[in-house]
Design a protein. Structure first.
Length: 424
């Protein structure tokens, strides 16, 4: 079977110690480095189509900034910017990269450092492009149902409360189970030549918030990368694709999650795997997503969510800021691409697992994986059911802004793009 041309690269992007950290409703100062942070790139070429995927060890990046990055990468590689997909691992132990905070709070983003990401991203994609070699692509999969839980608990009256906000006020109500499922599948694509394994692309649906503190860390994907280097050698590149985990949280410590995922990936690659046809395809669609009604009174929702008074102020203040801005259409892009018979569908926000599972179920490809926080960061992408039931992700703020209809639009667009590719 003919080979794909495949190249990878990685560049460290760790910011200076003292840079403010993301992952909470209030920023905190960094005091050290547990894991260096990286941007990693994978470039694929089947002779007709070239595309790139890059993953940052960051919580998120906005779409406008991402457009500048892909334009810079196109300038040095000639890969069309629309064929360059990037995502963020969503580590909660990285720097603040998007200012979602109230207007009266000092902007916590280090913009001088953030600007350096454009050149580093372009250089990483360029290095991957010039490093291309003929390789075989092989897919495998595993299952880990013991690492995550649906972080929304459903109550008898229909409301849903996030598990970390359960502190006694709900004792007069009976819980009736998790508000939704998890997605235990570990999707794996390995790229190898006659010498050995060169890169592993893997996807799993789990928030990267298992580590907390004041030291920078790539969270569990950093552990996976270290374990894969131990098994396959120091030159292997491990590229994480965040699955639909907007409502999924970890139930184990960071190292245990990373070790378990790595063991699963290694076991499946050592035991099986189906070679992929060296054929690529990519489609995209731009759209404007509807925001939630920023003028709606959210006091009842806020009280029912059980956030503490200090955190409630964050939502009131950011909603007030949004009312002044009065957002209408939120620019977004859906991109779908495939390697042989395995496809990927991207969403520019934190995707609820129910929507990700619909992508898998309704895609015309035999294997399809959703990728969240890709080419943008519009906050939580929730279902109408979740909106009706309330909870943190169903408030109105700078991180909870897209209306449920916007999630449906992205789902429909991705399914249509997958359908177009499947017909060619």
């Amino acid at each position: 079977m003919p080979h794909l041309l495949v190249g990878t690269a990685e560049i460290e992007i760790t910011p200076p110690i003292g840079t403010l950290m993301a992952g909470a409703l209030q920023p905190r100062a960094s005091t050290g480095v547990y894991d260096p942070l990286y941007v990693k790139a994978l470039v694929l070429d089947d002779g007709r189509t070239r595309l790139a995927y890059a993953i940052f060890d960051l919580i998120a990046l906005d779409g406008a900034f991402g457009a500048r990055m892909t334009a810079a990468a196109e300038a040095v590689t000639s890969i069309p910017a629309a064929h360059i997909i990037w995502s963020c691992s969503h580590t909660h132990s990285g720097p603040v990269t998007v200012n979602h905070f109230p207007a009266d709070v000092p902007d916590p983003v280090d913009y001088a450092w953030k600007e350096t990401l454009i050149e580093r991203f372009a250089e990483c994609v360029h290095r991957a492009d010039v490093a291309k070699m003929p390789m075989r692509a092989r897919r495998a999969r595993g299952y880990r149902g013991d690492l995550s839980h649906n972080r929304r608990l459903r109550y008898k009256d229909g409301r849903e409360i996030n598990t970390w906000l359960l502190h006694g006020g709900e004792e007069d109500l009976q819980a009736v189970g998790a508000a939704g499922p998890i997605d235990p599948e570990v999707g794996i694509v390995a790229f190898e030549d006659d010498v050995g394994m060169c890169a592993v692309l893997y996807t799993f649906a789990l928030h990267a918030n298992s580590r907390w503190g004041s030291a920078f860390s790539g969270d569990y994907p950093a552990v996976v990368a270290a374990r894969l280097r131990e098994r396959y050698g120091p030159n292997i590149t491990a590229l994480f694709m965040p699955g639909a985990c907007g409502d999924l949280n970890p139930v184990r410590p960071t190292r245990e999650i990373g070790d378990t995922l790595a063991e699963t990936i290694i076991a499946r690659l050592d035991a099986s795997g189906r070679e992929l046809a060296p054929v690529l395809g990519i489609r995209y669609q731009d759209m404007a997503l509807p925001p939630r009604d920023v003028h709606q009174d959210i006091e009842d929702r806020l009280r029912a969510s059980q956030w503490a008074p200090r955190e409630q102020a964050f939502f009131r203040d950011t909603q007030r800021d949004l009312q002044r801005l009065d957002p209408r259409g939120l620019p977004a892009r859906a991109t779908a691409f495939h390697i042989g018979d395995i496809a990927f569908a991207t969403f520019p926000g934190e995707l609820f697992v129910d929507i990700g599972l619909r992508v898998k179920a309704e895609s015309p490809f035999p294997w399809t994986y959703p990728v969240e926080l890709a080419n943008g960061s519009l906050g939580y992408l929730i279902t109408d059911k979740a909106w009706q039931a309330g909870g943190y992700e169903s408030l109105i703020s700078t991180v909870t802004l897209v209306a449920p209809k916007g999630s449906d639009m992205l789902l429909d667009a991705n399914l249509a793009l997958l359908g177009e590719m499947a017909c060619h």
